[in-house]
Design a protein around this ligand. Structure first.
Ligand code: 5GP
Length: 113
């Protein structure tokens, strides 16, 4: 997979406001936040998008979700939040490294655009 801004953040080649890290994933604040809290949860393994998910990726994806829920709790998002995964051009994906958006801190609208 080609290098992306996210692989460069993992490699510390470009800066980011990192909130959490473990051996499988990295969590950092989005550079262009769409809510008072907007973080990105990314696997360290370079998976480009949901198009590339396989059964063997299931436990990693589960880990990303569990980490997201822990971060949401730490941030005090007790009245709710949203996890979003954009996939491909029609899904609005702009960085080809799989990521979960964690959005919270305000009431979010539905449906999204
Ligand atoms: P996507 O549109 O692919 O679902 O989301 C990509 C997200 O990455 C966007 O919300 C965008 O603001 C964020 N982003 C893009 N480049 C950078 C960067 O260099 N640093 C950080 N922290 N976020 C970025």
């Amino acid at each position: 997979m080609a290098a992306t801004v996210f692989s460069k953040i993992i490699a510390r080649e470009i800066p980011a406001r990192i909130e959490y890290e473990d051996n499988l994933c990295l969590v950092f604040h989005d550079a262009n936040p769409q809510a008072p809290f907007h973080l990105l949860i990314i696997p360290k393994e370079p998976i480009a998008s949901l198009f590339d998910v396989e059964e063997k990726t299931a436990s990693l994806l589960g880990h990303l979700v569990v980490v997201a829920t822990r971060i949401a709790a730490q941030l005090g998002l007790s009245s709710g939040y949203r996890l979003v995964v954009n996939c491909g051009p029609d899904g609005g994906q702009s960085v080809d490294h799989l990521h979960l958006h964690l959005l919270g801190g305000r009431a979010l609208h539905w449906p999204p655009g």
